[in-house]
Design a protein around this ligand. Structure first.
Ligand SMILES: Cc1cc2nc3c(=O)[nH]c(=O)nc-3n(C[C@H](O)[C@H](O)[C@H](O)COP(=O)(O)OP(=O)(O)OC[C@H]3O[C@@H](n4cnc5c(N)ncnc54)[C@H](O)[C@@H]3O)c2cc1C
Length: 460
């Protein structure tokens, strides 16, 4: 089959070769269906991407960590022969708040008891609220409307008294969603938290979402999936139009038209607005898409001859309100050579950072690392950035979030198929929503949906 060439045909066309789309395609192919995956970029992996360092070592520019209970992405890694290794986490973390730098062990920094109490109380309250939210239907949570129309920022102002505790929660919000808490529906934040099993699961390294990494980099999952699909994956072919009629769907992509029985759009919800649908999407779906917006996040990677901070008893993990970098991690390959620090810039600060000239960006980011880890951090042998808000085919990252009020009004449209078009993407998963694990689960769910809808399911 000349996939993507003039007049290509398949049982199912998948739009987007990120984890969700490639997993959906693999499961459909396993069920004996023909499939074509159309990808806008000239690479697979979407919001995951590897950067080559040296001697085959890689550091990731996008999604990278996996952790306990992320069973579907871990099962996929095993299926594809991709191993995991623990994130380096020996020694002390750094906390740099209000111009004062401290070392601390574990999740609890050394702060005044008042601040600690404040953070701890907020975490427990958030978890208590999150437990009331059914992640497959958050709009059915008791008090859903109130929770959805309040922002996370307003809740923090009402419930958290000390400035330092508020700063810490703002940094957590930026790192997890790439958005200021003032733009974030409390109900959506609670949904994501509940989908991962609690606040600590999202922010912790040991025992949490940052616990482990993938040998060879997270993009290797998509690369292996695409290898398995062979010529069925068409790169460099943005989909511009999706048409449907009684008999099937027609997709117009730059690489040529494709006809199929059904389509799976495995793209971030916000990017659906850039595709023309004929007939137009149902109003509810369109309204939802108009209210889903992506966070902004830039990952700054600094490479050193060795991870010098380890000898100084530091994990490489830091939280800082100095800006523009707000959190850092040791991102060295499994053998620690070369040493790699990664720093996150989130929200409007990421947009502002992108406006700086390239040399200035490097200077600013290394200046932040130097303020945290000392002079050696300022002398990186290599430096690169991945600015997701500047990427046409992501439109930001790490995740799209509905505007306050939209989840209750239109949340049901997230997964509801629009005729013959089915929706996948990390945002649609009730488990580990917004994460690679959620993306894998969404691909599996969308494949099942299509097989069921066409009566192709095994045993039917
Ligand atoms: C900076 C950052 C850090 C992150 N950290 C983590 C982490 O540590 N752990 C974790 O689990 N998750 C993390 N994530 C989130 C994780 O990367 C995503 O949830 C996951 O990769 C999303 O997969 P997806 O398949 O749903 O979407 P995507 O990866 O966005 O895939 C969608 C694909 O569709 C393509 N596309 C878009 N429009 C079109 C079109 N019109 N036609 C054809 N193709 C199109 C895109 O090019 C893309 O390849 C992070 C993300 C970012 C950006």
């Amino acid at each position: 089959m000349d996939a993507g060439g003039a007049g290509s045909e398949a049982d199912v066309v998948v739009i987007g070769a990120g984890l969700a789309g490639l997993v959906a395609a693999r499961r459909l192919a396993e069920a004996g269906r023909s499939v074509i995956v159309v990808e806008a970029r000239d690479r697979v992996g979407g919001r995951t991407v590897n950067h080559e360092l040296r001697d085959g070592a890689v550091a990731e520019g996008g999604g990278q960590w996996v952790g306990p209970t992320q069973d579907r992405v871990l099962a996929l890694a095993e299926e594809l022969g991709v191993e995991t290794f623990p994130t380096y986490y020996e020694g002390k973390n750094l906390l740099d708040l209000g111009g004062r730098r401290r070392r601390y062990g574990g999740t609890i920094p050394r702060l005044s008891p008042l601040v600690l109490l404040d953070v701890d109380r907020a975490r427990r309250r958030i978890d208590r609220l999150a437990r009331t939210v059914p992640t497959d239907a958050p709009w059915r949570a008791p008090d859903a409307e109130r929770l959805d129309t309040e922002t996370l920022g307003a809740w923090v102002r009402r419930n958290v008294r000390t400035e330092r505790a508020r700063s810490l929660l703002e940094i957590a919000c930026g790192t997890v969603w790439g958005m200021p808490s003032a733009q974030m529906s409390l109900l959506w934040a609670l949904t994501c938290i509940a989908s991962g099993g609690g606040f600590d699961a999202l922010v912790d390294t040991e025992g949490g979402a940052q616990q482990d990494r993938l040998v060879g980099g997270s993009q290797l999952l998509s690369i292996r999936l695409a290898e398995g699909l062979g010529k069925a994956v068409v790169l460099g072919s943005p989909v511009r139009t999706i048409e449907q009629d009684g008999g099937g769907v027609g997709v117009r992509a730059d690489g040529g038209p494709i006809r199929a029985r059904r389509a799976i759009a495995a793209i971030p919800p916000s990017l659906c607005a850039r595709i023309r649908f004929s007939p137009a999407l149902p109003g509810g779906r369109d309204q939802l898409v108009q209210r889903m917006s992506s966070g902004a996040m830039t990952k700054c990677t600094a490479v050193y001859e060795e991870p010098f901070w380890r000898r100084e008893g530091l994990t490489g993990e830091a939280v800082t309100d100095r800006g523009p970098i707000i959190t850092t991690f040791d991102n060295s390959p499994p053998d620690g050579s070369p040493g790699v620090l990664v720093g996150f810039i989130a929200g409007p600060a990421a947009i502002e950072h992108a406006r700086r000239p390239v040399s200035e960006r490097r200077r600013v980011a290394l200046g932040c690392l130097e303020a945290l880890f000392g002079e050696r951090a300022g002398h990186a042998s290599a430096y690169f950035e991945q600015a997701w808000a500047e990427e046409e085919w992501s439109g930001g990252g790490p995740v799209c979030s509905p505007a306050p009020g939209a989840l209750v009004a239109y949340g049901e449209e997230l997964r509801r198929p629009s005729g013959r078009v089915h929706w996948a993407s990390a945002e649609t998963s009730p488990v580990w929503c917004g994460y690679m694990d959620g993306a894998v689960r969404s691909g599996e769910r969308a494949a099942r949906e299509v097989l069921d809808a066409e009566g192709w399911s095994p045993g039917r």
